[in-house]
Design a protein around this ligand. Structure first.
Ligand code: 5GP
Ligand code: ZN
Length: 113
């Protein structure tokens, strides 16, 4: 979708700091780092949110999440990690291209939660 920010990131019209990429998914640093290493993973196919995700698209995301979480853990050395998806405006979704947040946690005082 041409007016979708994340589709524009996928096609390179908007720059991003890539963390991981394969044929189906892209992971990149969130522009507004809730904590250091805050990363988003998105499917390369546009789907508004999890309600629209096909089982295959869901598999493509979840298949790489353990590897991605371990890479973030190795790079930033957090003590925990929140892995969350906001679904719908009322739940805090602001970009309507499915994405999962990986938010490294550094203990009390890290500014999140
Ligand atoms: P949501 O609120 O929909 O769960 O999460 C959307 C996320 O996308 C937010 O954390 C926001 O900071 C991030 N975001 C919005 N626009 C951009 C952008 O242009 N580049 C990057 N890297 N992240 C973005
Ligand atoms: Zn999109």
């Amino acid at each position: 979708m041409s007016n979708c920010i994340f589709c524009q990131i996928i096609n390179g019209d908007i720059p991003s700091k890539k963390v991981f990429e394969n044929e189906h998914v892209l992971a990149f640093l969130d522009i507004s780092q809730i904590t250091k290493g805050h990363t988003l993973i998105i499917p390369k196919i546009h789907n508004e949110n999890i309600y629209d995700l096909s089982p295959e698209a869901a598999r493509n995301i979840f298949e790489v999440v353990p590897q991605l979480a371990n890479a973030i853990k190795a790079e930033f050395n957090p003590v925990g990690m929140n892995i969350i998806t906001n679904t719908g405006e009322a739940a805090g979704q602001t970009v309507f291209h499915y994405h999962m947040h990986l938010i490294p946690r550094y203990g009390s005082g890290d500014g999140f939660g």
